[in-house]
Design a protein around this ligand. Structure first.
Ligand code: G
Ligand code: G
Ligand code: MN
Ligand code: NA
Length: 250
């Protein structure tokens, strides 16, 4: 497969970069962090969406190398930004099969002299589909390092509420589809309410993704969501633009 060959070369050819999407505090809309999102700029294909190449990277095992690069690159960015800015990155379920992952993370933190709480790792409920005991063990070792672990796209996967009772996750990220649906669906509002109360009883924070309008923002804030992410506050942007944002440059 052509795309697969291109993907294999893309790392050495330095065709990847991370973009950063701002996360703000619901209380005062101040910047509290960024989510790193990978971008592949192919010379002839143009921008290839991660929705297209991440599944391919997972199937081929390339996700291991690519994932290590993402960890390195996100830590390099975090080291440039002040301590109150956290950086979140996405992990594929396959990366959690690797017992070496906690080592990779702690070495990257050490290399960039980063406090562990600067880094947040996002996983989806799909980590519990395969070797869930092994994955949970890796997640616990990551948590023990002091990095944050967020459950991403919460509510869209199959139900795995039992896993919340393992003191692994520090944050739930409510999927953007719920946030947008909440605008005209009372049942969706009720779902978000119960997610927030669930999070409270497990001492987790809640982020709402996909916040696009001022109404979305107010609704999520009033429902008790702690952090907000979405086009209203910024699209994924280059490291340079993100750095400007950190320093208040418009
Ligand atoms: O911006 P958006 O199109 O970036 O992202 C599409 C999907 O790709 C999302 O589900 C997101 O979680 C995933 N994704 C983005 N960057 C990464 C990454 O660095 N690693 C993994 N595993 N997934 C990513
Ligand atoms: O990791 P996750 O699957 O949560 O990836 C987030 C995805 O949502 C990325 O593709 C990102 O570009 C996208 N995204 C971020 N903010 C918004 C938004 O406000 N609206 C929409 N439609 N998509 C968003
Ligand atoms: Mn994410
Ligand atoms: Na999401």
């Amino acid at each position: 497969l052509r795309l697969e060959q291109d993907l294999r070369q893309a790392l050495t050819l330095k065709q990847f970069r991370l973009d950063y999407q701002p996360l703000v505090s619901a209380a005062d809309q101040s910047l509290v962090g960024f989510e790193a999102l990978i971008r592949w700029h192919h010379p002839t294909r143009g921008m290839v969406s991660p929705a297209e190449f991440i599944p391919l990277a997972e199937e081929t095992g390339l996700i291991m190398q690519l994932g290590d690069w993402v960890i390195e690159e996100a830590c390099r960015a975090a080291a440039v930004w002040p301590d109150f800015i956290s950086v979140a990155l996405n992990l594929s379920a396959r990366q959690l099969i690797l017992p070496a992952l906690p080592n990779t993370v702690s070495e990257a933190l050490a290399r960039y002299k980063l406090k562990a709480n600067r880094l947040e790792l996002e996983v989806t409920e799909s980590v519990f589909l395969g070797d869930s005991e092994g994955s949970l063990d890796v997640l616990k070792r990551l948590r023990a390092l002091g990095v944050g672990i967020a459950l991403d796209d919460f509510g869209t996967g199959y139900s795995s509420l039992g896993y919340l009772n393992k003191a692994v996750f520090h944050k739930l990220k409510i999927d953007g589809s719920f946030v947008r649906e909440a605008a005209n669906n009372r049942e969706t509002v009720a779902i978000i309410q119960s997610i927030v109360s669930l999070a409270k009883s497990f001492r987790m924070t809640v982020t709402a993704e996909g916040v696009e309008t001022a109404d979305d923002f107010t609704r999520m804030r009033d429902l008790g969501v702690h952090q907000i992410q979405g086009y209203l506050f910024g699209r994924p942007m280059s490291f340079e633009r993100a750095t400007d944002l950190v320093h208040g440059v418009q």
